[in-house]
Design a binder for this molecule. Structure first.
Ligand code: TYM
Length: 364
């Protein structure tokens, strides 16, 4: 399939070929499909819920959806083997508790579909070191100690690209922190299609990031992302928090002394207020502007209890469902087994075609 001239060009060694603008290549023409994943590396928080899970529920009626528990990604940082299975079941339970219907969407553990690891290796040989060197999440996670990080953490975004391209997913709902990884996925797909003269084989996946839940910030610092790894539990709302814990965390959430502003321009320069208004908007299914129409000019003494009530009303059913599901691991395991079978049925022929394109021995 690869012509001799192309094989002898130095293209495959280049930092980044100019292939994204090649209008002469036919675009991907396959079906629309959604893929996303969450790491089983600790309790889920409100950022995961609003940035990802809420979007999963909305998409399951629009397209074929695969929602993965990415345990291969989780072990790029140390995970206690005794806890990993329980954490994997917990994420699956959270998907279902949030409203993902396992009859419609495919819910499965990444490690149960071995094809992820094989495609990741192939794509490791397509992605360039220079591309990975630019990944800001790796820099943020490792700081000054990158020599102590696992090699897996470095190539983490390539595994993420493999997750997506293994199903030729066209749409990926995620929070804003994943934007750079999805740009990399598009670059890898484009370079694969180009290098192997397989135009349109992999789609150039669209990220689905928009909305007020795309970037939920810490309750203690409006400039830092809400995150599992923040040492302060007060910085985040966990999906396992009860009504009292939620009300307490919102009451103590950092704010400034002014009343809520009337305009979006004023809101933009007040990070903590912006975060709380964004939270209200995401939970109520409104825009920030609509929230300001109701609460602009009012003090946090009035706004915070309204936000806490709304949060409890939204999260309590999810938390309750999650507890019920976690108490019955048999039900979750049935969902995961069925999901893994359905996922593999999509992945296997795509990997087989990829292997053929790459030129692997076809005997097995
Ligand atoms: P993870 O497990 O860190 O987060 C899961 C999802 O939650 C979103 N998220 C947030 N959204 C808004 N505000 C926040 N503060 C916040 N924190 C987290 C994340 O953007 C994500 O959507 N690399 C991914 C997992 C992954 C993946 C994939 C995602 C692996 N393969 C393929 C999509 C497609 C991650 O670390 O997610």
């Amino acid at each position: 399939m690869i012509d001799a001239a192309r094989r002898s060009t130095p293209l495959r060694q280049s930092a980044k070929p100019n292939i994204m603008n090649d209008q002469s290549l036919p675009p991907y023409a396959g079906p629309s499909r959604v893929f996303s994943g969450v790491q089983p590396s600790g309790a889920l928080h409100l950022g995961n819920y609003l940035g990802a899970l809420v979007k999963f529920v909305a998409l399951q009626d629009q397209m074929e959806c695969l929602f993965c528990v990415v345990d291969l990604h989780a072990i790029t940082a140390w995970q206690d083997p005794a806890l990993l299975v329980a954490q994997t079941r917990e994420i699956a339970a959270a998907y279902v508790a949030a409203g993902v219907d396992p009859q419609k969407a495919i819910i499965f553990p990444q490690s149960a579909v071995r094809e992820h690891a094989e495609l990741a290796w192939i794509l490791n040989c397509v992605a360039r070191l220079g591309w990975l060197d630019r990944m800001t999440q790796f820099k943020e996670k490792t700081g000054k100690h990158k020599e102590r990080a696992s090699v897996g953490l470095y190539t983490y975004p390539v595994l993420q690209a493999a997750d997506i391209l293994l199903y030729k997913a066209t749409h990926v709902p995620v929070g804003e922190d994943q934007k750079q990884h999805l740009e990399l996925t598009r670059d890898i797909a484009a370079k694969f299609n180009h290098d192997f003269t397989a135009p349109g084989f992999f789609p150039l996946t669209e990220p689905l990031i928009e909305g007020p839940g795309a970037r939920i910030m810490s309750l203690r610092d409006g400039l830092a992302k809400m995150s599992k790894s923040d040492p302060s539990d007060q910085s985040r709302i966990n999906l396992t928090d009860d009504a009292d814990a939620i009300a307490g965390k919102i009451r103590r959430a950092k704010t400034d002394p002014l009343p809520l502003p009337e305009t979006l321009e004023e809101l933009k320069i007040r990070p903590e207020a912006d975060n709380l208004v964004g939270l209200f908007a995401a939970l109520a299914g409104q825009s920030r502007g609509q929230v300001l129409q109701n609460f602009g000019g009012r003090g946090f003494g009035e706004f915070k209890p309204a936000l806490a009530d709304l949060m409890v009303a939204c999260l309590a059913p999810v938390t309750q469902n999650m507890r019920r599901l976690i108490a019955d691991p048999g039900e979750i395991d049935r969902i995961l087994v069925d999901g893994a079978d359905r996922a593999r049925a999509i992945a296997a022929p795509i990997l087989a075609e990829t292997r053929k394109i790459v030129g692997f021995w076809p005997g097995r």
